[in-house]
Ligand binder design. Structure first.
Ligand SMILES: [Cu+2]
Length: 163
């Protein structure tokens, strides 16, 4: 602060140069923008892939997530692109999905024998994304699943291996 006050002339010259550059730069940017609007519209919004966060996509009746990860504590971007509510649960277990304990309706018994629930969260309304840190620091087999009534039975799960 004090140093800036002792050199007002240098500062004002610099300011002018910066302003002129900004104006010129703005004109160039506008011109460039005008000529390329049609070709660049699809790349305008950053995706989760670009920011490095893995995504879990939920829809009827499918859950999409990469099947392997390196062991880590990872923040996932969870999206519901379907028309009804979904949820994301993560279990750790040596069992394969077909061996998970289920109730009479085919839903996973979330505190059943042989499986450990490591992540749960609010149900996701259609179009409402959720960001959640999930502890995948231990190597092994995991199940990413939507366990709303009948959703597991209809195939909303992915077996994930952490290495
Ligand atoms: Cu679901």
């Amino acid at each position: 602060m004090i140093r800036a006050i002792t050199a007002p002339k240098a500062a004002s010259v610099l300011t002018r140069v910066v302003l002129v550059s900004a104006v010129l730069g703005g004109v160039v940017a506008l011109a460039g923008c005008g000529s390329s609007t049609t070709s660049s519209t699809s790349a305008s919004s950053p995706t989760a892939a670009q920011t490095g966060a893995p995504t879990v996509s939920l829809t009827e009746w499918k859950l999409e997530v990469p099947a392997t990860f390196p062991a880590s504590m990872t923040t996932f971007q969870i999206t519901n692109t379907g028309a009804v509510q979904h949820e994301l649960l993560v279990f750790k277990s040596d069992l394969s999905a077909s061996q998970y304990p289920v109730d009479a309706d085919g839903a996973i018994q979330e505190d059943g024998a042989g499986i450990t629930k490591i992540s749960d969260g609010d149900n996701l309304d259609p179009g409402k994304p959720q960001s959640r840190a999930i502890d995948l620091s231990k190597p092994g087999k995991y199940l990413f699943v939507c366990n709303l009534p009948s959703h597991f039975k209809q195939g909303m799960f992915v077996e994930v291996t952490i290495k």
